[in-house]
Design a protein around this ligand. Structure first.
Ligand code: 6PG
Length: 254
């Protein structure tokens, strides 16, 4: 599975390129079956992507009434907390576009983490029409687009180094926390992420350059670099990087 990597000169242009891919994926899904299921990412990098999706000329190119919004992970805080991925996406995107409230499926970060994870797997199974069993890889029964970021330690979503979450084989959603990040999180696992039609990593900044090189070109070890567990079985992975984050691709290990 070759990842295709797109490098843009600046973080702003990388966000623009990611927004165009979002619009393309949404258009394809809505044209073919009238709905688009997307899992949003958290952290700081997607803020500029959401701002572009919420603004013209890109905003009106998406039929927001037909979009189902999920999250790839959430910090275990209330929805109005500054650390909430839901709050960030709400402020940067959802409050600016017309997604019906019934289509916004947030992770209940305020609940007990394992209970919130179990409940969210139920929500995903409902949205994807798969009440039991493994994820299906057919249009309409899988996530159309999963947005992901990359931590400088090689984590993605809330799949952290040193934990077994990246090697989960059955559960779609688990509670997790990293050694460096003691806050509890709820995260989708590779079980459901790798069933998606399309996965888009948006990564920018020089602080990510070495980990980008290691994830894309280094030895494969999902326990050390959980982002390496993202390998769709019947889908595509795109990496949209700015030049600073791509600066060490093709270089020797330091
Ligand atoms: C989160 C994210 C996480 C994020 C990376 C990168 O909830 O924090 O889902 O996986 O994508 O930590 O974060 P930055 O974009 O802030 O560098």
């Amino acid at each position: 599975m070759a990842s295709d990597v797109e490098v843009l000169p600046t973080a702003a242009l990388a966000a623009e390129a990611a927004a165009r891919r979002f619009v393309l994926a949404a258009g394809e899904a809505i044209r073919s079956r009238g709905a688009f299921v997307v899992a949003l990412s958290g952290g700081s990098t997607p803020r500029s992507l959401y701002a572009r999706l919420a603004a013209e000329p890109i905003g009106s190119r998406v039929e927001w009434s037909r979009v189902q919004v999920l999250w790839g992970d959430e910090r275990c805080v209330p929805p109005d907390d500054a650390a909430s991925n839901y709050r960030m996406a709400r402020e940067m995107l959802l409050d600016q576009v017309r997604v019906p409230e019934a289509n916004v499926h947030r992770i209940r970060g305020e609940d007990d983490p394992p209970a919130a994870a179990l409940a969210y797997e139920g929500v995903l199974r409902g949205v994807l029409g798969t009440p039991v069993g493994p994820p299906r890889r057919t249009a309409g029964a899988r996530i159309d687009l999963v947005l992901l970021g990359l931590g400088d330690d090689g984590h993605t979503a809330s799949l952290f180094p040193g934990s077994d979450t990246a090697r989960e084989e059955t559960r779609w959603v688990v509670a997790a926390r990293g050694t460096a990040r003691p806050m509890w999180r709820v995260t989708l696992t590779p079980v459901i992420i790798n069933a998606a039609a399309e996965i888009l990593f948006l990564v920018s900044g020089a602080d990510k350059a070495e980990v980008v090189r290691r994830v894309l070109e280094g030895p494969q070890d999902q326990r050390v670099l959980p982002a390496q567990s993202i390998k769709p079985t019947n889908g595509r992975v795109h990496w949209v990087l700015d030049a600073a984050a791509a600066a060490r691709i093709g270089k020797e290990a330091p």
